[in-house]
Design a protein around this ligand. Structure first.
Ligand code: MTE
Ligand code: MO
Length: 408
């Protein structure tokens, strides 16, 4: 059993598959922390968790240069030779919210049925990839000005997973691509790539290869299925697809989701005499996250309490905090983290609709609470999952709708 050495996981996860482990944290975990605690960070493994001995110091990273020559570094050498950098960044799987896409469109999309939890946020510490490439003898300047023969950089993990990113991102002085050995101030947990992983902020998490042991500079993308097939999108009508005809997902589009929703006490009607029998308004608190790829900031989160008929703006929570609790900018050259938001409102009695007797919520009065976010280039989310349904269920970013009911 190749999974016999897998680590022990937190019991609060929703487990989609046990071997390999694919699991999302409970909504409260996403809701409560700006930095997701390591033991609650979502887990997406294609295979087993490789076992690395001796605290990882002897772990070897091999770099294959465009001329075919190799350069090797142990983790100990990487730590000793290059300055360390800390970057705050969210990772989101391309399959986050896939279940919403299947249910919202009435058409099942292939893949793990993640709900809102295939995303988490952390601080990563490591060395800049471009520093190492430079030291290894690669002409980083030529890659920055677009004249390098290498167009892609492949990352290979110890268990055979691999993927690539364009060389442009790898050497971008503002791109913050790290080879990370630490997560939220602790050594990388085994599930998250111990002892070394790539962190490609702003890109789909499939490119942040864990248990990193091989880097290859190439004129082509990685030949792996995770580069050439799985992580691509097609039209809603396309079920027999020509994989080569679409680009691999790299930077992520704008996303948001609701992770908490609470109905408060009924407020007394303004005129008690007149409305002894009419249903009362309720207070409502809603919270969640929003995120956009490519380092694009979230500028606004819109919330609707009546299924998209009327809207109001959520309050955007401050991001990183200094040790004294005061807000401070997150480390990194762009907005690589998620943005958490809160909304406190009043649900008018008229928004709560009686459910038909055939409904699972028959006998209750319910409404749909909806969220959508906008990023700094004014991209926003599609209204329906049907519009962006794709056969692999990637990038499910439609407005997140959650039904909320009052018993009566
Ligand atoms: N790296 C390796 N070596 N093996 C993997 O299975 N999964 C990828 C990526 N890197 C994977 C990998 C995918 S699809 C995702 S979403 C992220 O790792 C998940 O990272 P996490 O488990 O730390 O959340
Ligand atoms: Mo993923």
């Amino acid at each position: 059993d190749p999974f016999a050495n897998d680590p022990i996981r937190d019991p609060s996860f929703t487990v989609h598959t046990a071997k390999p482990r694919n699991a999302e944290p409970p909504e409260e975990a996403l809701d409560e922390h700006f930095m997701t605690p390591n033991h609650l960070f979502y887990i997406r493994n294609h295979m087993w968790v490789p076992k690395v001995e001796n605290g990882g110091d002897d772990h070897v990273l091999t770099i294959e240069l465009p001329d075919g020559s190799n350069k090797e570094y142990t983790l100990k050498e990487l730590k000793a030779k290059f300055p360390s950098h800390t970057v705050a960044a969210a990772l989101q799987c391309s399959g986050n919210r896939r279940r919403h896409m299947s249910e919202g469109s009435g058409r099942k999309a292939n893949g793990l049925p993640w709900t809102v939890g295939a995303i988490s946020n952390a601080t990563w510490e490591g060395v800049y990839l471009s520093d190492i490439l430079n030291d290894a003898g690669f002409d980083v300047a030529s890659a920055r000005n677009g004249t390098s023969e290498a167009k892609h950089i492949h990352f290979g993990g110890l268990e055979a997973y691999s993927a690539s990113i364009p060389i442009k991102k790898a050497v971008d002085p503002q791109g913050d691509v790290l080879l990370a050995y630490s997560m939220n101030g602790e050594p990388l947990p085994r599930d998250h790539g111990f002892p070394l992983r790539a962190i490609v902020p702003g890109h789909v998490a499939a490119r942040s290869v864990k248990w990193l042991s091989q880097i290859t500079l190439s004129d082509e993308e990685s030949p792996s299925q995770w580069q050439r097939r799985d992580y691509k999108c097609f039209g809603p009508n396309q079920t027999q697809v020509d994989w080569d005809s679409a680009p691999a997902i790299q930077e992520l589009p704008v996303q948001s989701a609701i992770t908490s929703i609470k109905l408060g006490k009924a407020t007394p009607p303004p005129n008690a005499q007149q409305s002894a029998s009419s249903p009362e308004a309720r207070t409502i608190s809603v919270g969640g996250y929003a995120y956009s790829g490519g380092g694009r900031a979230i500028i606004r989160v819109d919330v609707s309490l009546d299924d998209g008929k009327t809207w109001d703006q959520a309050y955007l929570l401050p991001d990183c905090q200094a040790a004294d609790g005061s807000p401070s900018p997150c480390l990194g050259n762009a907005h690589w983290t998620w943005k958490r938001w809160r909304y406190e409102g009043t649900l008018p009695a008229s928004a709560l609709q009686s459910q038909s007797s055939s409904d699972a919520d028959a006998g209750k009065r319910c409404t749909q609470v909806v969220v959508k976010a906008t990023d700094e280039v004014y991209n926003t989310q599609p209204e329906t999952h049907a519009a962006t349904w794709n056969v692999r269920g990637n990038l499910a970013t439609a407005w997140h709708r959650v039904k909320v009911c009052a018993d009566c």
